[in-house]
Design a protein. Structure first.
Length: 399
């Protein structure tokens, strides 16, 4: 019994004995570090899970209970309990609740697919309005429309919404959302937007049009990525969308490895974190859960998150902390441009990593910030008295 009591007393200190401050403490300037969770996991995973979650994250997204098939399984019959639980759990601890998701072709209640014509529009409006009013003042952010663009081509995905309402169903959804809760941040959320191409361009045009109508506040990059295959110029992509005067967030991040290449995984998490925290307008990162087991249901055989199944922080956790510590002090988006944004060239690195072909004249990177490594395209000179120090071929930081 004495040993049990001693262990319970240590549980709140677990995040510290591993040598890290709470991960959320490294995200400053209004930024957050969030995670996916749900009522069943919070209530059954145990004290260690809850201690790690509460200490390290200051935003939460409910895994499934806020999606249409669960929250409105029958028309106009809403099941609030499970979604409420996650919302109350995180907000009672001073964190942000991210609503996910209102309009999506998947995990859709079967009765919606049986509707036709104006009935679909009416059902969509009622669904959005009822849910957003229920969580008004509690939900910081809603993914209003999720995954409406086809992968690759960026064309509009065929769904009951596009077929029965028409191509303007996205504009209508955001209009209903804005009317229901003018204070909530409204996002479009999708995957494979991180890499340049037709889908990213289509999302850019979609968001630009919605922004011109005053209907959107942010874009969510889901961040389902593979170790060693990070998108080129990720920071440039974040900046491209932030230049529209909207928020940018990474919303469902998991970076998978089957071979347990945790060193490369750490480098990739650092790249993603740096891409966010060094761009004003990028407001936060949400990962797919606390530990690797939580993403195993759909990324079978992969290790994707910041903690292992024994709640030990992986190198990725340290990399996220280090990269976040080198971020800018403000997450406020820049003003929307009155003319088309221009592209600014960034320094290029040599194959060896840290020396740019056109090095800046003055140091700009604070202590702990990334300053080099294979594939690094950002600044490479630290503020005095810190020096750019290689940690491995893929990652150098100011020490």
């Amino acid at each position: 019994m004495t040993r049990l009591i001693a262990l319970l007393c240590l549980l709140p200190l677990l995040p510290y004995v591993f040598g890290l401050d709470p991960l959320k403490s490294y995200f400053t300037g209004g930024r957050y570090l969030g995670f996916f969770t749900n009522q069943a996991r919070i209530t059954s995973a145990g004290a260690t899970y809850n201690s790690i979650a509460e200490t390290n994250f200051n935003a939460a997204t409910e895994s499934n209970a806020c999606k249409w098939e669960t929250i409105e399984p029958s028309q106009n019959q809403f099941n609030w309990a499970a979604c409420d639980y996650t919302a109350n759990w995180i907000t009672s601890r001073g964190g942000k609740f991210r609503g996910h998701t209102l309009v999506w072709h998947s995990q859709l209640a079967g009765w919606v697919n049986n509707l036709r014509g104006a009935a679909v529009d009416n059902a969509m409006k009622n669904h959005i309005t009822t849910i957003m009013k229920h969580y008004a003042g509690k939900a910081y952010h809603w993914d209003v429309v999720n995954e409406a663009l086809n992968d690759g081509s960026g064309t509009l995905r065929s769904s009951v919404f596009s077929q029965q309402i028409g191509s303007d169903f996205i504009t209508k959804a955001f209009t209903y959302a804005r009317e229901a809760d003018p204070q909530a941040k409204l996002y479009y959320n999708d995957y494979n937007l991180e890499s340049p191409g037709a889908k990213q361009d289509a999302a850019y045009k979609l968001v630009s049009d919605l922004k011109a109508k005053g209907l959107i506040d942010g874009i969510g990059f889901q961040g389902h990525l593979d170790v060693g295959k990070m998108p080129a110029n990720l920071k440039g992509t974040v900046q491209r969308f932030a230049n529209l005067g909207i928020e940018v967030a990474f919303t469902e991040v998991d970076i998978g490895t089957r071979s347990k290449d945790f060193a490369q995984q750490a480098k990739d998490y650092a790249t993603l974190t740096t891409a966010c925290v060094t761009v004003p307008g990028c407001v936060g990162i949400t990962v797919g859960g606390v530990h690797d087991e939580e993403s195993s249901a759909w990324r079978v055989g992969e290790y994707t998150l910041l903690f292992d199944t024994n709640y030990q922080p992986k190198p990725a956790a340290t990399a996220v902390a280090s990269a976040a510590a080198g971020g800018t002090g403000d997450s406020t988006p820049p003003p929307a441009p009155t003319t088309a944004p221009t592209t600014t060239a960034v320094p290029t690195t040599t194959a060896g990593g840290s020396e740019p072909s056109n090095p800046p004249s003055g140091g700009t990177i604070p202590q702990w910030g990334q300053c080099g490594g294979i594939g690094w395209t950002g600044a490479t000179v630290c503020v005095a008295p810190y020096k750019c120090t290689a940690q491995n071929p893929y990652y150098s930081q100011c020490l």
